[in-house]
Design a protein around this ligand. Structure first.
Ligand SMILES: Cc1cc2nc3c(=O)[nH]c(=O)nc-3n(C[C@H](O)[C@H](O)[C@H](O)COP(=O)(O)OP(=O)(O)OC[C@H]3O[C@@H](n4cnc5c(N)ncnc54)[C@H](O)[C@@H]3O)c2cc1C
Length: 401
C-alpha cells in the first residue's frame, strides 16, 4: 500500500474512532477551554502527573478586563458591498473565534479585494482580522494602509483568552449549512496551518500547551448545558469537520495527579501569547512598508475621504454602530490577569472557570455554564467579585488536594 493511501486510511480510522464515541463525547470549545474527546485511560503503572503549583492568588491580580465578542447568529460577514465610489469587503463578526479563524477568514477577504484589480487598499481596523488582512494583502503584492480608531494593545482582540477555539460562538447551529461548514472548515484549516509557521519563534507568540479539565465525576467532563435547554444551540463544528487536527485526550484517575480524588482529562491546545503575537503582526506589517493612520469613522459615508477605492472592513464589534448592523450581538467576557509565572505551562478548567498559562500574564476567566454566558450583555464595567471567585476556584484546587 502506498504511503498516501496509508495516511488516508489512518485519518479515516481516527475519524471513525472519534465519531464512534458519539454525542456523549466532549468537544465543547469555549474561549479559554476546549474540552476534548473521551480520553485514553492511563495505565496504573504510569508515573503520577506532576504539575508545578500555582503562586497566583487574588493579591496577584494585575488587571481585570471586559470585552464584547462580535457574535452573529449566521456567522461572520464576508460579502462585498458597494457604497458610493467605494468597494467594501467585509471581514467581521467572528464571535469567540476571531484569532482562531483570522488567517483563513482574512484570506477570503483578501482574495475578494485582489479580484478588483486594485493594488492599493485600505484596511479599516487593527485587531486580529485587520492585521491579518493587511499582512495577507502585502504578501499578495499590494500596498496597504490601516485606518483605525485604536491599535493593539487597546483593541478588543487584545482582551481575548488566547486559545485556538475556531468554533467558539461562531454561529448558531441552525445557520451551520453545508456551505457554511465548508467555508468554516477552510478557514479553520488555513488558520491552523499558518499558526504552525509561528511556532518556535522568540517570545513564543504561538505555542502548544496541555490543559486539564478537572471534574468530580468521571462521567462528566462536559461544561454545563442540560438537554432541557430549549434555546437555539451554538454550532459545534470541530468534532465533525476538523477532528484530524485535534490531538487525542488522556484521562487521569484519583492518585494519578495532584488534585486528590478528582478526575482529569488532558487536552493539548494551541495558545496565543497575545502581547507578543500582536506585536509580531504589527512589526511585520510596518517593516513590509505598511502604513497606519489613526482615524475614526462614524458612518460608511466617511470612507469617501480615503484615497483607496477598495477597503476591507475589519472593525469587529465596531461594525454594529458603523454599519448599523444589529445582527451583531455582544457577548460579554471578562478576564483577570495575574503576574506571569514562567514555570507554569499547563491550563486548567474547573467548575466553569478557565485558566490559561499565558506568558504575558496568567488568565483566569469565569466562562459559565454554557455559551449563553454574557450573551446580549454589552456592559463594560469589571466585576471584581467574579474574578476573585475565578482565581480562588483554580487556586483552591491546589489547597484542597
Ligand atoms: C473574553 C473574550 C475571550 C476571547 N477569547 C478568544 C480566544 O481564546 N480565541 C479566539 O480565537 N477568539 C477569542 N475571542 C474573540 C476574539 O477576541 C474576537 O473575535 C476578535 O478579537 C475580533 O477581532 P476583530 O479584529 O474583528 O475586532 P477588534 O479587535 O475589535 O478590532 C476592531 C478594530 O477596528 C477599529 N474600529 C472599530 N470601529 C471603528 C470605527 N468606527 N472607526 C475606526 N476604527 C474602528 C478598532 O479600533 C480596532 O482597531 C474572545 C473574545 C472575548 C471577548
Amino acid at each position: 500500500m502506498n504511503e498516501s493511501k496509508l495516511r488516508r486510511q489512518d485519518r479515516i480510522g481516527r475519524r471513525r474512532l472519534l465519531a464512534g464515541a458519539g454525542a456523549a463525547l466532549m468537544l465543547a470549545a469555549v474561549d479559554g477551554c476546549t474540552v476534548g474527546e473521551r480520553g485514553l485511560k492511563r495505565t496504573p503503572a504510569a508515573a503520577p502527573l506532576q504539575l508545578a503549583p500555582l503562586r497566583a492568588g487574588t493579591d496577584r491580580i494585575t488587571q481585570i478586563t471586559v470585552c464584547t465578542r462580535p457574535f452573529r447568529a449566521q456567522g461572520p460577514r464576508l460579502d462585498v458591498e458597494h457604497i458610493g465610489q467605494k468597494i467594501i469587503v467585509h471581514n467581521y463578526g467572528h464571535g469567540g473565534s476571531g484569532w482562531s479563524l483570522s488567517w483563513g477568514s482574512s484570506g477570503i477577504a483578501v482574495a475578494k479585494a485582489m479580484a478588483t484589480d486594485e493594488r492599493e487598499f485600505a484596511v479599516i481596523g487593527c485587531g486580529a482580522l485587520g492585521l491579518t488582512s493587511a499582512l495577507l494583502l502585502q504578501r499578495a503584492g499590494a500596498r496597504v494602509t490601516i485606518y483605525a480608531k485604536e491599535l493593539p494593545p487597546n483593541v478588543r482582540s487584545s482582551l481575548a483568552t488566547g486559545l485556538w477555539t475556531p468554533d467558539s460562538r461562531i454561529c448558531l447551529e441552525e445557520h451551520a449549512t453545508a456551505d457554511f461548514k465548508q467555508l468554516w472548515a477552510n478557514m479553520a484549516r488555513r488558520s491552523f496551518q499558518t499558526y504552525q509557521t509561528l511556532l518556535g519563534l522568540p517570545a513564543n507568540p504561538v505555542e502548544f500547551i496541555d490543559s486539564y479539565v478537572v471534574s468530580e465525576d468521571p462521567n462528566n467532563f462536559r461544561r454545563g448545558g442540560g438537554s432541557s435547554d430549549t434555546r437555539p444551540r451554538f454550532a459545534e463544528l470541530q468534532h465533525e469537520l476538523i477532528a484530524d487536527l485535534i490531538p487525542r485526550s488522556e484521562d487521569f484517575g484519583p492518585g494519578g495527579h495532584p488534585f486528590g480524588n478528582r478526575y482529569l482529562r488532558r487536552n493539548t491546545l494551541m495558545m496565543f501569547n497575545i502581547s507578543a503575537y500582536a506585536r509580531l503582526l504589527m512589526t511585520d506589517f510596518l517593516t513590509s512598508g505598511g502604513k497606519i493612520e489613526i482615524a475614526e469613522f462614524h458612518a460608511p459615508a466617511d470612507f469617501a475621504r480615503l484615497r483607496e477605492k477598495v477597503l476591507i472592513n475589519a472593525t469587529g464589534y465596531g461594525s454594529r454602530a458603523l454599519f448599523d448592523d444589529e445582527s451583531i450581538i455582544p457577548v460579554r467576557g471578562q478576564l483577570a490577569r495575574t503576574i506571569p509565572e514562567p514555570d507554569i505551562n499547563y491550563g486548567l478548567f474547573h467548575k466553569g472557570v478557565s485558566f490559561v498559562p499565558r506568558r504575558d500574564g496568567l488568565v483566569f476567566q469565569m466562562v459559565g455554564e454554557d455559551d449563553y454566558y454574557g450573551f446580549g450583555d454589552a456592559t463594560a464595567v469589571p466585576d471584581r467579585n467574579e474574578e476573585e471567585l475565578a482565581v480562588n476556584t483554580i487556586v483552591g484546587l491546589f489547597k484542597s488536594a
